[in-house]
Write a protein that binds this ligand. Structure first.
Ligand code: PLP
Length: 348
């Protein structure tokens, strides 16, 4: 019998379930460019309400949601402050500079920062107008490059308050906000409250095939709608995608806790291995570092691939894996044992 591949490269690899496909098939649709797609409108209302924001805009990707926020809050030549590991800095193809004319200035280390680090980095406007206005402060929760790490709530609130005091706008890249909310046992709205705008993704842990939303005040979302068109992201009968998102929110939200549990279980299986440093997962992303004599991350990834376990090298000696809807408890256990075996064999 052919062995099934256990794909832990990302939570974006999920395929729509039968129930989700049924929801897609029966979705009511209209032309969303005219604001006439009832399912898109419903999704936007549902997500705006969940996040405690006045309005939301459905867009094709998390990258577009973030980029619309950057564009709406800034002018070309502004500085945007963000963490050293921010998705907007590493993985959005240079869009902040290319599309909005922005400089990204990093604060703190490891994805998080403190109010005093923000005060140290912030550049007040000079009377000679030589310095770029520090217009926008971006957060990411959970933090992808940090291994799905979660901002401590008090620190988040303190830093957000400091950003406000400095007169900055605040944006949250909440691609995996749902994971943070489930892990902390808090409502989405509480995590979204400090921010002017929040982007969220349906196509990650929630398992929808496509789609993200930018949420915020009515005037900002109104402007974002125009930029969405400019960036080529305005869609027509997008209700078939919105239906998948609505289905995902009502069927796959609470089960994110299982993914977190699975990541912790894999971490546990690997925790006592020599030359392996496991970063304890806080949500659904697990990172581990390999030191010599173990081979590097690319080689370990290749050896695991030969055993039908797909993970991602994440730096020369760091491996990343992400648990999700399409990998159940038994598959995670199996993957953990195969990873353990590969690392034990390699250490001999
Ligand atoms: C934190 C974060 N923000 C934004 C995105 C971008 O999402 P998309 O791939 O839909 O553009 C991702 C994707 O993994 C992400 O992890």
């Amino acid at each position: 019998m052919m062995q099934a591949v256990i794909d832990l490269r990302s939570d974006t690899v999920t395929r729509p379930t039968a129930g989700m496909r049924a929801a897609i098939a029966s979705a009511e649709v209209g032309d969303d460019m005219f604001g006439e797609d009832p399912t898109v409108r419903r999704l936007q209302d549902v997500v705006a309400t969940r996040l405690g924001k006045a309005a939301a805009l459905f867009v094709p990707s998390g990258t577009m949601a973030n980029q619309l926020a950057l564009r709406c809050h800034t002018q070309p030549g502004d500085d945007v402050l963000c963490s050293d590991g921010a998705h907007i800095k590493w993985y959005e193809a240079g869009a902040a500079a290319a599309l909005a004319g922005l400089q990204l200035v990093t604060v703190g280390q490891g994805g998080f920062f403190t109010a005093s680090e923000l005060y140290e980095t912030y550049q007040p406007e000079r009377t000679d107008q030589a310095s770029p206005p520090n217009r926008l402060l971006c957060f990411e929760n959970t933090h992808n490059r940090g291994g799905g790490s979660i901002w401590p709530m008090q620190q988040l609130q303190e830093v957000a308050a400091a950003g406000r005091l400095l007169g900055m706008k605040l944006h949250l890249d909440g691609a995996r906000l749902w994971n943070a909310a489930v892990a902390l046992g808090l409502p989405d709205a509480e995590l979204a409250a400090p921010f002017d705008t929040v982007s969220v993704c349906l196509s990650k842990g929630l398992g929808a095939p496509v789609g993200s939303l930018l949420c915020g005040p009515v005037d900002v979302i109104h402007r974002a709608r125009r930029y969405r068109r400019m960036y080529g992201g305005a869609m027509r009968q997008a209700g078939i995608l919105a239906a998948a998102g609505l289905y995902a929110l009502s069927h796959h939200y609470l089960r994110l806790a299982e993914d977190h549990h699975h990541a912790r279980r894999i971490a546990e299986v690997l925790s006592d291995l020599r030359h392996v440093a496991v970063i304890q997962p806080q949500s659904n992303i697990l990172l581990f570092d390999l030191s010599p004599p173990l081979p590097d991350a690319a080689e370990v990834t290749a050896r695991l691939k030969a055993l039908d376990v797909l993970v991602a090298p994440f730096g020369p000696r760091r491996v990343r894996l992400v648990t999700h809807l399409d990998v159940d408890r038994a598959a995670c256990e199996e993957a953990a044992q195969r990873i353990r075996q590969v690392l034990c064999d390699a250490a001999l």
